[in-house]
Design a protein around this ligand. Structure first.
Ligand SMILES: [Zn+2]
Length: 412
């Protein structure tokens, strides 16, 4: 049993997490949407943390908080460390915030050890990761990669407020966005620490893990059309039951998603028509969400699902159509940075486990700017986007030490 009075980095992390969790748009629960008053308050608190840690810090035109520590060679490509401080509705306190706080704690630790890095280090708290308030997603990190689409400013929230107006209200500057684009030559890498949001580390009894790739995603809408009929009078062998066909198709998706390594396939929505207890279902519209760290594997999986569903539809005399509406490629993590993370994790006595990320992260956007890598931290029960989200003090400390050792290796 570790002596819990002696985990200074972990304690510092947890104290800052508690402090940030006070900034919420809702009473009694944590909700911090992009460009909301709570986001502004959390950004101001983060700014103070960064300045206290000795960083030259500011809030940029899109509301991201950026703090820079100069290195021995100010012209050397900088190391970026970041994550996000926006949240979902009724969120946990670690998703996003943990990675920001860990970056600041690592700067404090470097200073305490008297280490001046060879290159500049920047800590970044992004603001638009959760895709809850506006149609935008990862816009604050895409801006740094020079991929902000000016049309995003016209996106509106449920109250009709545009990103542009919310940004001005926040204190940001729509005219300053283009200038946020960074020159790739000036950055050596981006590191992001995040809670795992899944159960794999817990199952392996490991506090941290190294992300191999962020999964690519295919999303599609499918439609199955059969024939309505009286549930009492049409014999079983004379039916064209759309829902019974979809039940088989869900089984196909589930089985196909399980046959390859690291793939997942989910039917998350199914709408039945006419939807009455005594009517044979005539039509079902359903969704498919399929993910894999390897694009070729994902495409093969989706093709297998479609082929088998077509066969099932033909056998049952129902029609089956499917239209993909989203295609997001996988983001492999940088091999060099992954090796550094692995060395650091081993150095602090942890078995280095590699795992794919099923969820998207700011690293997806940042990988377009510079080599990127991620470290996952075990979270209780794999639960996230939920107030029950939780990590232990010991794991917070381990994550801080793993990141500190990684940074030391990269900026030595
Ligand atoms: Zn997150």
């Amino acid at each position: 049993m570790t002596d819990q009075t002696n985990l200074p980095l972990g304690r510092r992390v947890m104290a800052m997490i508690e402090d940030l969790a006070q900034h919420t748009d809702d009473v009694g629960r944590l909700t911090r949407l992009y460009l909301s008053p709570a986001h502004r308050a959390a950004a101001d608190t983060t700014l103070q943390y960064m300045r206290h840690a000795g960083l030259d810090a500011y809030i940029d035109a899109l509301g991201s908080v950026v703090g820079r520590l100069e290195g021995r060679d100010p012209s050397a490509p900088a190391l970026l460390i970041g994550s996000h401080i926006d949240s979902v509705v009724d969120a946990g306190r670690y998703d996003g915030n943990l990675g920001v706080v860990l970056g600041i704690v690592v700067i404090e630790a470097l200073k305490a050890e008297g280490i001046v890095p060879s290159c500049p280090i920047e800590i970044i708290a992004f603001g638009d990761e959760e895709n809850v308030r506006f149609p935008t997603n990862l816009s604050t990190s895409y801006a740094l990669a020079g991929q902000y689409d000016a049309n995003w400013l016209d996106g509106r929230d449920a109250d009709g407020v545009s990103v542009r107006d919310a940004l001005i209200q926040f204190g940001g500057d729509p005219n300053g966005i283009a200038a946020l684009a960074r020159d790739p030559a000036r950055y050596r890498g981006y590191l992001e620490v995040h809670i795992e949001q899944g159960p794999q580390l817990e199952a392996r009894d490991l506090p941290v893990g190294i992300v191999s790739a962020i999964n690519g995603i295919t999303r599609a809408r499918a439609h199955v059309i059969g024939e309505a009929g009286h549930a009492g009078t049409v014999p079983m062998n004379m039916r064209r039951d759309a829902l019974a066909a979809v039940a088989e198709m869900i089984g196909i998706a589930e089985r196909t998603g399980s046959t390859r390594t690291d793939t997942v396939a989910t039917v998350g929505v199914a709408q039945v028509q006419p939807g009455a207890i005594n009517v044979i279902p005539a039509r079902v519209d359903f969704t498919l969400d399929a993910r894999s760290p390897d694009d070729a594997v994902r495409h093969a999986m989706v093709q297998d699902i479609v082929t088998e569903c077509e066969a099932a539809a033909a056998r049952r005399g129902v029609s089956f159509t499917i239209e993909p509406f989203m295609e997001s490629p996988a983001t492999p993590m940088d091999k060099g940075l992954v090796a550094q993370l692995e060395e650091a994790v081993k150095f602090i006595g942890i078995e280095p486990m590699h795992l794919a990320s099923g969820a998207g992260h700011d690293a997806v956007a940042m990988a377009n700017l510079c080599p990127s890598a991620m470290l996952f931290v075990r979270c209780k029960g794999g639960i996230s986007h939920n107030p029950a989200e939780s990590i232990t003090l010991e794991d917070a400390d381990t994550a801080a030490r793993a990141l500190l050792e990684s940074v030391k290796r990269i900026v030595a």
